[in-house]
Ligand binder design. Structure first.
Ligand SMILES: Nc1ncnc2c1ncn2[C@@H]1O[C@H](COP(=O)(O)OP(=O)(O)OP(=O)(O)O)[C@@H](O)[C@H]1O
Ligand SMILES: [Mg+2]
Length: 343
């Protein structure tokens, strides 16, 4: 066990800087955030802090004066705050403000941008592996359109012409929906904008995309959803997490089996499980599956970055990821997040 004492810090300022610091430091075991202060009750970091169980105050002086604090991080951008800190802080408390806190903010920003790029690259690579599923789903309506259009050339009956034109429109709309789903999934997320994400809707959307991972599709899907599970995260990233886990599950079942999607809300925690009846993971591999580039798939079928991205995104959103698996029976990937709404 790590016996190193934690760094106890307080954050002054609940704007973008405060949000970035919470996102960066909120899940580090070596750091304890004693509180965050902002005069503006609508400051974005405050709702995130509440979801994480961190004390939120509007009285800066109260927070500055806390004797147990090791470090005050000032990201208010307010030039008058320096004097207030000097007047009220305890002797042993250090202060990170001005240019030093700006430097930290820049490093955090750079790190977030690099991570966003990595997630995007992983996502685009995974879309490549869906290509045969996508081609299959586009081909069916395409052949239907071709057949109907050929019929139309010789069709003289107006009612029949109308029916066939409507069938063509239906098939075109199906193709348009596939393109829309993919464009939405391929969209890059912005570095810092977290929002409330309703997870049942995200699970459903992910399932539509993950279905492209296989043809034929002999899957039975069981959905067992809680009422309105909401967490604070980036919608695009949560979609990526679920698509990755469902794609893995579908691959493990070789397109055949039961996929169970579960969401639960209890005591301020939102739990999501994605369970399959696939090949399972041997005990000795369970530690390796989250390593970057670990894959048991053939070259060109997987990069081995899927679960690494999943774990990074889950932890970044103050969640925990766990897996249980039995070879020959299946696997269960479970996530727990702080709820963004009272449960
Ligand atoms: N549900 C599952 N059932 C069985 N094995 C799994 C499951 N999920 C992951 N694995 C194993 O973990 C490995 C790593 O998964 P990961 O998603 O990181 O990479 P990948 O699926 O191989 O490639 P990609 O980068 O395209 O996702 C897989 O190759 C597979 O061996
Ligand atoms: Mg994968």
């Amino acid at each position: 066990m790590d016996e190193t004492p934690k760094i106890r810090l307080v954050i002054l300022g609940g704007g973008k800087g405060g949000t970035a610091l919470l996102n960066l430091l909120g899940h580090l075991p070596a750091v304890e955030i004693l509180g965050i202060a902002d005069k503006n009750p609508a400051a974005p970091a405050l709702s995130l802090a509440r979801a994480l169980g961190i004390t939120v105050v509007d009285d800066v002086v109260h927070l500055i004066a806390k004797t147990e604090t090791n470090l005050i991080v000032d990201v208010t951008g307010d030039p008058t705050i320096k004097a207030i800190i000097t007047a009220h802080k305890s002797l042993g408390t250090e202060v990170l403000g001005g240019a030093a806190s700006k430097l930290l903010w820049n490093i955090v920003q750079h790190d977030a941008q690099m991570q966003t790029k990595l997630f995007q690259t992983e996502k685009l690579a995974s879309i490549g592996t869906f290509s045969s599923g996508i081609a299959h789903d586009i081909n069916n309506p395409l052949y239907l359109i071709m057949g109907l259009a050929e019929n139309l050339l010789d069709e003289t009956d107006t009612t029949r012409r109308r029916e066939q034109t409507n069938d063509i429109l239906g098939a075109v709309k199906r193709i348009a929906t596939i393109c829309q789903n993919l464009t939405h999934y391929a969209r890059q997320s912005t570095p810092f904008d977290t929002t409330n994400v309703e997870l049942n809707g995200t699970l459903d959307e992910a399932l539509t995309i993950a279905h492209y991972a296989t043809t034929p599709k002999d899957l039975s899907i069981v959905k067992d959803y809680a009422n309105n599970p909401v967490i604070t995260a980036k919608p695009e990233e949560m979609l990526q997490v679920f698509v990755n886990l469902m794609t893995n599950a579908i691959h493990a079942m070789e397109g055949k089996g039961h996929l169970t999607l579960l969401s639960e809300c209890q005591d301020g925690i939102v739990r999501v499980s994605i369970r399959d009846t696939g090949c399972g993971i041997p005990q000795e591999s369970l530690e390796k599956i989250f390593d970057p580039f670990y894959t048991t798939k053939q070259p060109g079928k997987g990069t081995g970055l899927g679960l690494h991205s999943v774990k990074t995104i889950v932890n970044k959103n103050h969640g925990q990821l766990s897996v249980s698996s039995t070879v020959g029976q299946g696997s269960n990937f479970q996530m727990e997040f702080p709820s963004a709404s009272p449960t």
